[in-house]
Ligand binder design. Sequence first.
Ligand code: GLC
Length: 549
Amino acid sequence: MPDALDQPDPDWWRQAVVYQIYPRSFADTDGDGVGDIPGAVSKIDYLADLGVDAVWLSPFYPSPMADGGYDVSDYRDVHPQLGTLADFDALVTGAHARGMKVIVDIVPNHTSDEHPWFVEALAAAPGSPARDRYIFRDGLGENGSQPPSDWISHFGGSAWTRVTDAAGRPGQWYCHLFAPQQPDLDWRHPEVRSDFITTLRFWADRGVDGYRVDVAHALAKDLSEPLRSKPDLEDDLPLDGSDPLYDRNEVHEIYQEWRQVFDTYDPPRSAVAEAVSHPARRALYARPTELGQAFNFSLMKAPFGARTFGEVITFCLAEAAKTGSSSTWVLSNHDDIRHVTRYGLPAGTSYEAWLMTEGTDPVPDLARGLRRARAATTLMFALPGSSYVYQGEELGLPEVADLPAEALQDPTWTDSGHTVKGRDGCRVPIPWAPTPPAYGFGPGRPWLPQPATFAALSAAVQAQEPDSTLELYRRALQLRRRLQGAEQLDWVASEPDVLHFVRPGGWHCVTNFGDVPVALPPGQVVLSSTGTTVADELAGESTVWLTSV
Ligand code: GLC
């Protein structure tokens, strides 16, 4: 609990543990099978007890839910299925009363196709001002029947969809880098810019402490005619900002303007960019004059191994230091296969292909995956910077890979022509209790079916087991609060399969990535990823924290 006399800390985010709530899958109070804001309110004590510093809510705004709420039709309200603004206020008040911050998701690259601006644009004639907020173009070829460029949507197929004009004939095309129900905004339009400032202020005025900025790298596009082709460089964008769609230099002007808004609040509002760029350009988003922090997904992408983890950690700390930011660490989120399952699959597995086998080829070794996940998470919590925890990872939930096709709701499934299953397997509703049918998620049938294995993994069961993953997270976060000091890490020389670093104050973290036990370095073991009983050696695939004796 913060001391009421404490001054607001402008740097609270630098080493915070942020818990991501995917509201539809967190807790359902009204029995419609979809999680809601009152559900999140009902779990505030659970979150405070877990020991997180902040919660980040994935979108809860009015939305037709074509992309789980990342298709927003009103940026300044709550989806009626999820609650009301009063419910949201109760969440903020409850979190603040327990010393936790609240972060909301801002989705500026695109709106929903049901946003009033897009409805107006469709009703308006080609070339009219109402269409200028989006990216409408005539098609190429005979009768304009070809899309205006070769741009591809992230979910599959062309990034252009043709509309029907007022007389019922095929009309212009609009750009959508994601689903067709997510038309991209044209950020050169002054009203687009000013409306998002209004949205940022709206939530800050309601007490929100920070923002997660969705697809932060795509807002500025080169729309000069003729439209340029998009090089196939998703994973290695150019270093000079010359890609026509992603990570262009002009995007930073937008965030400089936002920073001025954040800094009118006390403490200044924080922000974290979800930005895909050349790794060496990620730091630009994290400049103190812009968003302040940027996600790096390098740890999540790194195979479990001492060398890979060591390299990623060194690189990310150096990148964050370039702009005076702090690094972010992520092992799971709502877009990727849960890390228990990733670590249980052979290195190099194509997750997309694996999901198409319903998770049967190969069969993951989930015991090993969990062991490694606990080791990796315990290491992550010892790093300087902020850790982002995705709901359910504290229960060691695996990916649900065998969801029946008819249950799938991720637009990736339909937009890819049923060739890519998508992200529903990490969005299955949380098991709070061991009792079917909904395992404590709510009184109704959950929007995605939960497997029977969720009973034993439920929070209520794990709360009774001292060596459970939930208890490991709790212990780790309590200790972290006590041990956390300056943002400094020094490597200690160790065997090839081992990573050992020390933080100021003599807080050591040692991970054995190998299969065979190694000798424990000197010190007092205060936490072990394997559980409460501590052996006199460091088990394979495990992490310990030690304090200097
Ligand atoms: C981000 C979100 C993802 C969403 C996409 C489009 O990557 O994390 O869930 O589908 O943006 O908004």
